[in-house]
Design a protein around this ligand. Structure first.
Ligand code: AMP
Length: 414
């Protein structure tokens, strides 16, 4: 049997509905904050991502890199930020319109070990702001993420916040970290030994028990920030309190991508251990790293699959989607049923027809799971130019002239 490749899946049924809802709510929220949409290609030159996510980072290792027929080295995008930076520079926005607020929604690709909430093709919704170094911007990004989650779920999750320092204060801290770990270096996992050479801060991301136990006793970057980073961090926390965004300082929160500076954050479900719904932070050096001028920036990305899984776990129900399903009781009424559906749709109603020659019982059951009303067209109804309207929620039914059905359904919907 034909199957999807490992780590990918079809989104259908209730999942597709929730997917659509999450994306629509995010879009609406982002537009209300003044963000504009950007759609970048699903693949880019591999070096766009290689340079940004950090050599040796998990994400770099998980990238789908391939040569196309012209011998160009390309990569399926593993995340959205690097492509946005590339677009910002390619369109010279740093000259014409340096303050840019973008949002995006789309598939990302990482060659990971698939498990629940971890796919090889997954979808992210994200936002980026270029051109300002301002705690208000970081907090606005967090607000957008929290408000999206609140609007789809009614719950707002919890923000974990940290600062990972900047070009000035991070290197001396990393040296300290390496010095402190040196006596036990040989006992660390191979990944951490490598991390200590390339990106020491990332050791805090390690899931190995021994490493975690050791790192839990080490000094944290938060206690080694320079004056500017400290002030930026404190101001950000003040703003979070002012806007009543529930948050917790998490001094060992580092993100899988190397480009973060200053504030990093993650949004987790309030109730426990589930992996993060989304995360982000400030990346003031990335535009320069990718060949542009020094333009400060910040952003976040959240996983749509993760949000959908969480909504399902918290009991999100399928919504009744349609106003009505039309059920012709015999083949003689099929044409009439489609004609009525055509008229009803023209008035803005959402309707479908189930013209199958199967029993009315099973069709009614299916319709009741899809719509508020069932509209039955039999011979008797056809003679009287009427339909039988069944209200599935109240279990009531009545006959109505065909000419009154649209008005009746519209009024009942309101
Ligand atoms: P990252 O770009 O790694 O910071 O990820 C941001 C968010 O994307 C995470 O919090 C997850 O919600 C989601 N995410 C990342 N990787 C995956 C994956 N392999 N499968 C599903 N969701 C993912």
């Amino acid at each position: 049997m034909l199957q999807t490749p490992r780590g990918t899946h079809d989104v259908l049924g209730m999942d597709a509905q929730l997917f659509g809802r999450v994306e629509a709510v995010f879009r609406q929220q982002a537009l209300s904050f003044g963000f504009r949409e950007i759609r970048t290609p699903c693949f880019e030159f591999a070096h766009v991502f290689e340079r940004s996510v950090g050599e040796g980072s998990e994400v770099a290792k998980q990238m789908y890199v391939f040569k196309d027929k012209g011998g160009r080295l390309l990569a399926l995008r593993p995340e959205g930020t690097a492509a946005c930076v590339r677009a910002y520079l390619q369109h010279s926005l740093h000259k014409s319109e340096p303050y840019v607020k973008w949002f995006y929604v789309g598939p990302m690709f990482r060659y990971e070990k698939p498990q629940k909430g971890r796919e090889r093709q997954f979808h992210q919704l994200g936002a980026e702001v270029f051109g300002l170094h301002l705690p208000e911007i970081d907090v606005e990004l967090m607000q957008l993420l929290v408000r999206t989650i609140r609007a789809v779920s009614g719950s707002q999750g919890k923000l974990l916040v940290n600062s990972v320092g900047c070009r000035q204060c991070r290197p001396p801290y990393e040296e300290l970290l390496v010095r402190r770990v040196a006596p036990q270096k040989e006992e660390l996992c191979a990944d951490c030994q490598r991390r200590l050479k390339t990106a020491p801060l990332r050791v805090f991301d390690c899931k190995n028990r021994f490493c975690q136990a050791l790192f839990s006793t080490l000094p944290v970057v938060l206690d080694h920030l320079c004056g500017e980073c400290r002030a930026y961090h404190d101001r950000t926390l003040q703003l979070l309190t002012r806007y009543e965004l529930p948050h917790e300082v998490h001094p060992r929160l580092v993100r899988g991508l190397d480009y973060y500076t200053h504030i990093t954050f993650e949004l987790v479900a309030e109730d426990g251990e589930a992996p993060a719904l989304g995360g982000g932070g400030r990346y003031d050096d990335l535009v320069e790293l990718l060949g542009g001028p020094a333009v400060p920036a910040a952003g976040f990305a959240a996983g749509v699959e993760r949000i959908v899984l969480w909504l399902q776990a918290s009991g999100a129900k399928q919504e009744e989607e349609l106003d009505a399903v039309l059920l012709p009781l015999s083949q003689a009424q099929v044409e009439e049923a489609f004609a009525l559906a055509y008229q009803l749709r023209a008035t803005g109603l959402r309707v479908d027809v189930d013209p199958r020659p199967t029993g009315v019982g099973s069709r009614t059951k299916r319709a009741a799971g899809q719509a508020f009303f069932g509209l039955f067209l039999g011979e008797e109804e056809a003679r009287a130019k009427e339909v039988t309207v069944k209200d599935f929620r109240r279990g009531q039914q009545r006959r109505l002239p065909i000419s009154e059905v649209a008005t009746f359904l519209s009024q009942t919907r309101e």
